[in-house]
Design a binder for this molecule. Structure first.
Ligand code: ADP
Ligand code: MG
Length: 212
């Protein structure tokens, strides 16, 4: 995917998170303070503008600009953590004009490690990491077996969605959800749900570009 394709991905994220703002807010209201949808919508709206303004054909610069603006726009615990995904994808694709599976896999793997470190979180804590880790794992397998990008992206989107759904039965070990009844068992984690939307959007944009 080129820098232009990544800008289209940014625009798509802004649209999706604007549409999902209310739903994500409701998920967060059940587990926290209800601000997650608004934060994500604000973050991706700013990110998309910044990405669009990048003039270079370097994919890394587009992700980097998006990550910095997302960080400034989205608030809460999830803002800086989610920004990490864009920023690590930016680092992994610095100086690259065509994003391939190798850069994508490296960026997503690095993002999972950084979020785990910054958030002091691991798999099963009922956070965004429970959607990101399965996606990272699937991308790693696809990379090692020389899979096509389309197949890898579809598998990553499915893994992230399954991971997000699996948070429903988990008691929260991190964030505000620890303090609600039964530590939130019975409710899906909003941050993990957002992560699934992120990977689904990436696959959808890829299908569009590839088909064009
Ligand atoms: P806040 O909790 O500050 O209101 P948000 O509502 O925007 O922030 O985001 C909540 C989401 O952030 C949670 O659903 C969870 O996925 C994620 N999250 C919270 N704490 C952590 C953490 N320590 N590590 C990773 N993710 C976290
Ligand atoms: Mg919140």
């Amino acid at each position: 995917m080129t820098a232009e394709d990544i800008k289209a991905f940014g625009a798509s994220l802004a649209e999706i998170f604007d549409r999902e703002r209310h739903h994500l807010g409701q998920l967060d209201a059940a587990l926290g303070d209800g601000d997650h949808g608004a934060g994500m919508a604000r973050g991706f709206s700013r990110a998309a503008q910044a990405m669009e303004a990048v003039e270079s054909g370097d994919v890394g610069s587009v992700f980097q600009a998006g990550g910095q603006s997302f960080m400034a726009g989205a608030g809460g615990a999830s803002g800086p953590l989610f920004a990490t995904v864009l920023l690590e994808l930016g680092k992994a694709s610095r100086g690259v004009e065509q994003l391939g599976l190798a850069e994508l896999e490296a960026g997503v793997r690095a993002a999972a490690a950084t979020i785990g470190r910054l958030g002091k979180t691991e798999a099963g804590d009922k956070t965004m990491l429970d959607a990101l880790l399965p996606a990272a794992e699937v991308l790693g397998c696809a990379e090692r077996s020389g899979e096509r990008l389309a197949v890898a992206l579809q598998a990553a989107a499915e893994a992230a969605r399954s991971g997000a759904e699996a948070t429903t039965s988990m008691p929260a070990k991190k964030g505000r959800a620890r303090y609600v009844e039964a530590a939130g068992v019975g409710h899906p984690d909003p941050g993990a749900t957002s992560m699934a939307l992120f990977f689904e959007a990436l696959y959808d944009v890829y299908k569009e570009v590839e088909g064009s």
